[in-house]
Design a protein around this ligand. Structure first.
Ligand SMILES: *[C@@H]1O[C@H](CO)[C@@H](O)[C@H](O)[C@H]1NC(C)=O
Ligand SMILES: *[C@@H]1O[C@H](CO)[C@@H](O)[C@H](O)[C@H]1NC(C)=O
Ligand SMILES: *[C@@H]1O[C@H](CO)[C@@H](O)[C@H](O)[C@H]1NC(C)=O
Ligand SMILES: *[C@@H]1O[C@H](CO)[C@@H](O)[C@H](O)[C@H]1NC(C)=O
Ligand SMILES: *[C@@H]1O[C@H](CO)[C@@H](O)[C@H](O)[C@H]1NC(C)=O
Ligand SMILES: *[C@@H]1O[C@H](CO)[C@@H](O)[C@H](O)[C@H]1NC(C)=O
Ligand SMILES: [Fe+2]
Length: 473
């Protein structure tokens, strides 16, 4: 079940390496803060199937698992998705601006899939484009008697000084802790407007034969938030669902049928990697579990993508990927290393502000460091302070049934600024083109308590200021 035992073994090979580096006097092994917070170490328990969060909406064939995501490049579009369990039913969306009397109708694409002995319901995906910016829309789905009504607010027009708040959750699952994480996010006074979800959604693959009814329960669980604000999706390893032993050969089959994203608008050829602009942010989503070596489609796409980012239009450059490139926990140690080798120099060159990842079921924030000097010949493998480098934040602590990881590499490496094995969520509050505020909230506290936080100074605009200062000298 847990595909990670292999990396725990690997870690034992690395420990002596760290000692050798210390003996040679390399400053590899002293670092930031390892929180001593005392937490409940009990394994997260799944919420039982009869829990309130999984309850079915009233009425025969009522639309369920309603969720929305961005539907175009700039935030004037939305994709509304839902499932009808018994029959196709109505596939149209009725929608209108809150203050308008004119109601519009949009059609959907409907897909179904089979997975081992599971047959999905009818999965509807309705893309609506050319909405007004910064406007509250009401939408209604269903057939009259089982009709359900929701709403969402479109983002402001893309621009450099547009304040906007993103939420951050990873590795959520469907345990009592998952519910606590989502509840704390909802109650957070920062009021996240869009969720950046860094992968590992339902953990359906942890049940016998990847019991896909757990994809349905998860969809019902998150509806209370995801029907009202877009969740920007990243695929994790628990989305792969590749099980040849039971005849399931198509990677990401359930995920790709259930979670549509606007990848074509980003000229991507796959929903697993894409980008969107939203308010003052440019968000690049990458896939840790698709080919990303040189010449691959993802590589080719990213080669064209990074130079396209116009920091005068979207000052904040954010990258999402499931497996972290910097991680000092023993669990999943160095799993992101190949991705780092491929792309870290680009992230530095293009001054990415922050890279958010999940996968490791804990929290960690890095210093601004890079390890791009290193090549196999020079042996200079110690990450160095680098003001053009992103901050790497691991936030795979949503609360899934695999529990927290607590074992860390010791001592804490100098590139690790803060680490703590607790469940929680984050918010990234963009204030203007130079300042953004990140905070992390552990579940054990009141939802308003920040266990870790950092003011972000935009890399592009900061460096312009620095250049200006330098030119006066
Ligand atoms: C952990 O679980 C045990 C058994 O259910 C319970 O008695 C204990 O209070 C729990 N610990 C915490 C810190 O909640
Ligand atoms: C999940 O959280 C919500 C909101 O706090 C609460 O109403 C609900 O009872 C919780 N459900 C479970 C099963 O914990
Ligand atoms: C929706 O699809 C139906 C059936 O294909 C078609 O008659 C109708 O014109 C479509 N409506 C819109 C708004 O595209
Ligand atoms: C996608 O490619 C087309 C054709 O090359 C180009 O016109 C368009 O600007 C590209 N869109 C994006 C978002 O890069
Ligand atoms: C970048 O964005 C700014 C502000 O929207 C715009 O004036 C400028 O023309 C854009 N630059 C390019 C190369 O598109
Ligand atoms: C940007 O926001 C920060 C933090 O709120 C503030 O201190 C700064 O003055 C703002 N900059 C401008 C130009 O308004
Ligand atoms: Fe993962």
């Amino acid at each position: 079940m847990d595909s990670t035992w292999g990396c725990a073994r690997f870690f034992h090979l690395l420990l002596p390496l760290c000692l050798i580096l210390m003996i040679n006097g390399v400053e590899f092994c002293y670092g930031g803060i390892t929180s001593t917070y005392l937490r409940d170490k009990n394994l997260s328990l799944d919420m039982p199937l009869h829990s309130d969060v999984f309850s079915l909406p009233a009425g025969y064939n009522a639309p369920q698992q309603v969720h929305i995501t961005q539907g175009d490049r700039e935030g004037k579009g939305v994709i509304i998705s839902w499932v009808t369990p018994d029959e196709l039913g109505s596939s149209t969306v009725l929608y209108w601006a809150e203050d308008s009397k004119v109601k519009n109708i949009a059609n959907s694409t409907v897909v179904t899939y089979k997975y081992y002995d599971y047959n999905s319901g009818y999965i509807h995906h309705c893309t609506i484009e050319n909405l007004e910016y910064d406007t509250k829309y009401i939408y209604e789905i269903g057939d009259g008697s089982n009709a359900r009504r929701f709403w969402f607010i479109t983002p402001p027009k893309v621009g450099p000084d547009v304040p906007y708040t993103f939420g951050l959750i990873g590795d959520l699952g469907q345990t009592f802790d998952s519910n606590k994480t989502l509840t704390h996010y909802e109650l957070n006074p920062a009021k996240g407007q869009t969720m950046l979800f860094v992968g590992d959604l339902s953990y359906a693959d942890c049940y016998p034969n990847h019991d896909n009814t757990r994809w349905d329960t998860w969809g019902r669980f998150i509806e209370r938030n995801a029907a009202y604000q877009p969740w920007i999706w990243t695929a994790g390893n628990h989305e792969i669902d590749f099980v040849p032993e039971i005849g399931e050969y198509e990677p990401f089959k359930p995920y790709k049928h259930r979670y549509f994203v606007p990848y074509r608008a980003a000229n991507s050829t796959s929903p697993l990697w894409y980008s969107v602009k939203r308010a003052s942010a440019y968000i690049i989503v990458m896939s840790s579990y698709s080919a990303y070596g040189k010449y691959t489609p993802q590589y080719k796409w990213l080669t064209n993508e990074l130079p396209k980012v116009n920091r005068s239009e979207t000052p904040w450059l954010i990258v999402l990927m499931h497996a972290p490139m910097y991680n000092s926990y023993a669990h999943h140690y160095m799993e992101g290393e190949t991705m780092r080798v491929m792309y870290e120099s680009w992230f530095v060159e293009y001054k990415v502000d922050v890279v958010f990842s999940g996968h490791v079921h804990a929290y960690e924030r890095s210093e601004r460091i890079s390890n791009i000097r290193y090549n196999v010949v020079n042996g200079e493998c110690t990450p160095m302070s680098d003001q053009s480098a992103p901050v790497y934040i691991t936030i795979g602590d949503g609360g899934n049934q695999e529990g927290l990881v607590t074992e860390m590499t010791e001592p804490q490496p100098s590139y690790s600024a803060y680490r703590e094995a607790s469940f929680g969520h984050g918010t990234f509050e963009i204030k203007n083109k130079t300042h953004a505020y990140f905070s992390w909230h552990r579940n054990q506290d009141d939802y308003a308590v920040e266990a870790d936080s950092l003011w972000f100074h935009n890399r592009y605009w900061k460096s312009s200021e620095q250049l200006a200062v330098a030119s006066y000298r």
